[in-house]
Each structure stands twice: as structure tokens, then as C-alpha cells.
Design a protein around this ligand. Structure first.
Ligand SMILES: Nc1ncnc2c1ncn2[C@@H]1O[C@H](COP(=O)(O)OP(=O)(O)OP(=O)(O)O)[C@@H](O)[C@H]1O
Ligand SMILES: [Mg+2]
Length: 237
């Protein structure tokens, strides 16, 4: 089953911010002045009808690459323990190298999250993350490069392929004593960047998003210690 066909079992709906504001606080002008009625009617007719995340995703799904399981196996040396970056509730995360097709260009480093087959909420969260990260774009949100989905006879395989974040997560720098403490200016920059990511989720999209998983292990750090929020399996719109 493709991500698009599965979208029909995951029907997100949302209201536009404009509509929500109107229903809460807009006074009923129609009762006060009949002359305004046609103007309001025209205005309300011209408002674009809100689209759900799966609908927006359909327009952009070609931006994500569909990887084969073999390709991801090869890139992680068979999901070797030596390539493991960490483990969370969804499953394990591995460092991988994706070779360019037809040998042109340089190989790219990726982080591959592999769903634990016993995870009960796994497929739902995987699908939410693919569709959500497939439509958003912000320097403080982690970039999803693609995914892999295989429905075997005995079990399903679900994987996510992200850009690799060389400085791991903020949690690692706060609690791992093997790493040097971060300078205060870097901490401040991380806080500001994370806040910009949250502001984008709250105000910068057509859809207003509640993240619900804001914690130091989900604040990933790039080569310049710029923060990117990750893990969108629990978002609600
Ligand atoms: N894109 C990435 N680049 C580099 N490392 C990553 C990336 N994504 C995740 N990691 C590493 O893998 C670890 C596990 O991540 P994961 O999101 O699976 O779990 P978590 O956030 O620690 O816990 P939870 O599942 O409870 O949210 C992270 O703490 C981080 O060190
Ligand atoms: Mg995480």
C-alpha cells in the first residue's frame, strides 16, 4: 500500500486560522447593516476552502524519495550495531551513507529510523511524520529525505530517512558527561532557534500545529550547533 492510499485511513481535517478567529470574535454585522451583506457574502465566497495535511501532501509527495529496504540495508551495513545512533520509543536510529544514483555526485550522510515491529502506534506515527514533514519546510525543522514501506507476509517494515545531524541531540550535550559542556551563547542560540521552529508550527503555516513532543532529545544539532526540531508523529492540527 502506498502512502497516498493509506492517507484515506488517516483523515486529518483542520480549520483555517482566519475561520477560527471569525467564529470566536467577529460581530454579526449583517444584523446591523443590510448594505454590508453582499460585500460579506462575496468575501466569504472567495475564501479558499481549507485543505488537510494529506491533501497538501498529495501535491508534494514527489519531493520525498522512496527507498528500497535493500538500499537502506546496504547504507547501514545491514543495520549494524556499530552504525546505531540511538534508540527511542519508535525504534532504532542508524547512521547511513546513501550513494548517488549512477555514481554522479558525492555520497550523503543520513539518519535512518527503523520502526520497532512491536510498536503498537508505529504505523500511525510513521504516516503522520511522512505526511507532515512532506509538506513543511523551515530551517529549524529536521528535513525528511524519504521513506521506506514494506508490507511483508509476517510483518511490516517502516523506515524514515532524515538528513544526518552531526552534533546529535541537545539531550546528549546536557546529560552525556563524555561531551564538553556547551557555552552559554550556544545554549542561547539553540533556545532561540528552537523557539523559531515552534513559532513556525504555531503561526507560520496554513495549518496551526501543536507539536506535543518538545524535549531535549528532539532538538537535533547540525554541524554549526543550529537546532532542528524532530519527531512529528504526535502532532495535531
Ligand atoms: N537526524 C538525526 N541525525 C543524527 N542523530 C539522530 C537523528 N535523529 C535521531 N538521532 C539520534 O537518535 C536518538 C534517538 O532518537 P529518537 O527520536 O528515536 O528517540 P528519542 O527522541 O530519544 O526518544 P522518543 O522516542 O521517546 O522521542 C536521538 O537522541 C539522537 O541522538
Ligand atoms: Mg526523537
Amino acid at each position: 500500500m502506498s502512502v497516498t492510499t493509506q492517507a484515506c485511513i488517516f483523515p486529518f481535517k483542520f480549520k483555517s486560522k482566519k475561520k477560527r478567529k471569525e467564529s470566536k470574535s467577529a460581530p454579526d454585522l449583517r444584523n446591523k447593516s443590510d448594505s454590508l451583506t453582499p460585500v460579506l457574502d462575496r468575501a466569504s465566497k472567495s475564501l479558499p476552502s481549507p485543505r488537510s495535511i494529506p491533501e497538501l501532501y498529495k501535491e508534494k509527495e514527489q519531493n520525498l524519495k522512496v527507498f528500497s529496504l535493500q538500499e537502506l540495508r546496504d547504507s547501514t551495513n545491514g543495520f549494524s550495531r556499530l552504525q546505531k545512533l540511538g534508540e527511542g520509543g519508535f525504534g532504532s536510529v542508524y547512521k547511513g551513507i546513501i550513494k548517488p544514483k549512477n555514481g554522479k555526485g558525492s555520497p550523503i550522510l543520513v539518519a535512518i529510523k527503523k520502526l520497532n515491529p512491536h510498536s503498537l502506534q508505529g504505523h500511525k506515527q510513521w504516516l503522520a511524520e511522512v505526511q507532515f514533514l512532506g509538506v513543511v519546510n523551515h530551517p529549524n525543522l529536521v528535513k525528511l529525505l524519504g521513506y521506506c514501506s514494506v508490507d511483508g507476509e509476517r510483518r511490516i517494515q517502516r523506515l524514515l530517512v532524515y538528513e544526518y545531524m552531526p552534533n546529535r541531540s541537545l539531550e546528549d550535550h546536557l546529560f552525556n558527561r563524555a561531551l564538553n559542556p556547551l557555552p552559554w551563547i550556544t545554549r542561547l542560540q539553540i533556545m532561540l532557534g528552537a523557539a523559531q521552529g515552534l513559532a513556525y508550527l504555531h503561526e507560520g503555516l496554513e495549518v496551526q500545529v501543536i507539536y506535543r513532543d518538545f524535549k531535549s532529545s528532539n532538538v537535533l544539532l547540525d554541524e554549526d550547533f543550529k537546532p532542528k526540531l524532530s519527531d512529528f508523529g504526535l502532532v495535531i492540527y
